[in-house]
Design a protein around this ligand. Structure first.
Ligand code: FRU
Length: 320
């Protein structure tokens, strides 16, 4: 009799443990008695760029405010798509409660994200998008708007006409596509001409090299529209290296506006303007907590932007 009772108790325990695991996957509280602590897996496409280091810092800081509720596991995909695909699948295997991903490229990351989402693991896609709608929430600034504002700004700056070099970001990622699209809208109807463009993959050394080619080919360049500040800076370095003083006449425009990067370049007169691209790290954690607590969140959360020029940099830029 005693044995049967023991066996029954044991069986009940096993069933219960199973329930706990299932609950965890659907975003309910984890097993620690008396304490809810959820595990969030964060896949960062690379940590080679200052903006991404800042994003992780923003996530870490926001998560620290809720250390009793969440724990974040960070993974760095080192700018390799296959590594990032594997990371998402690893998080699924681990049974994390929620995934945050800042994907390197849209198309190849769409499937792993959809797999997690279909298994009931909420996914927040941060900054760069995936395709379709198989994710919980996208958080990021409006890159079409940023591109359009940059275009409108250049039209004004150059008096409606001029020769421009466009140094694009990775064009298999959505911010690159959208910053280009918006820029074309912004300069539409003007006599601004894009005389040279290149996919610089968001990287300063590539932008520097591409700008060297542009400088060698074109005696007149009025402005550089770079999809991020590292690329704008790379272009500036190429112009300075050329040794003809063109770094002083060409206007360099960038995007990101990190305080110790783009904003500093504006202050130093290297960039004419930069547009803020917020990391969304804090918002990702706030949204993650809402999802984990069962609250409804919007499918899209759009973050704001600001322009920094030498006229407004000391006042903290101007919202757009
Ligand atoms: C960093 C970065 C930023 C850019 C963002 C776009 O990897 O290149 O400079 O604004 O990614 O996703």
């Amino acid at each position: 009799m005693k044995r049967i009772a023991l066996a029954l108790a044991f069986a009940a325990l096993v069933v219960c443990a199973g329930c706990g695991k299932k609950q965890q996957q659907t975003g309910q509280a984890t097993e620690t008695p008396g304490k809810k602590r959820w595990t969030i897996g964060m896949s960062q496409c690379n940590l080679g760029e200052p903006w991404r280091v800042q994003m992780n810092k923003d996530i870490e800081e926001a998560a620290k405010q809720h250390a009793d509720e969440i724990e974040v596991i960070f993974k760095d995909a080192q700018n390799k798509t296959e590594v990032q695909q594997a990371q998402v699948r690893e998080f699924i295997q681990m049974g994390v409660d929620l995934i945050i991903i800042s994907p390197k490229e849209a198309r190849p990351l769409t499937k792993p994200v959809a797999e997690a989402y279909q298994k009931g693991i909420p996914v927040i896609v941060l900054d760069r998008k995936v395709e379709g709608d198989q994710y919980t929430c996208f958080i990021g600034a409006d890159n079409v708007k940023i591109g359009r504002e940059a275009g409108k700004y250049l039209v004004k700056l150059l008096g409606g006409k001029g020769k421009v070099v466009e140094l694009k970001g990775l064009m298999t990622s959505t911010p690159g596509q959208e910053r280009h699209k918006g820029f074309m809208e912004g300069i539409a109807g003007s006599q601004i001409q894009i005389i040279f463009d290149a996919d610089c993959q968001w990287l300063e050394p590539i932008a520097q090299r591409e700008m060297q080619s542009a400088l060698a080919r074109f005696p007149q360049i009025d402005a550089v529209y770079a999809h991020n500040d590292p690329s704008a800076h790379g272009a500036y370095l190429a112009a300075r290296q050329e040794g003809k003083g063109r770094e002083k006449s060409i206007k360099f425009i960038g995007i990101d506006a990190l305080p110790h990067e783009g904003v500093r370049y504006v202050r130093e007169g290297i960039l004419t303007a930069t547009f803020e691209y917020p990391t969304g790290g804090k918002e990702a954690i706030e949204t993650a907590l809402k999802i984990l607590k069962g609250e409804q969140v919007p499918k899209n959360i759009t973050l704001g932007t600001r322009i920094y020029t030498k006229e407004n940099v000391e006042q903290g830029g101007e919202p757009l």
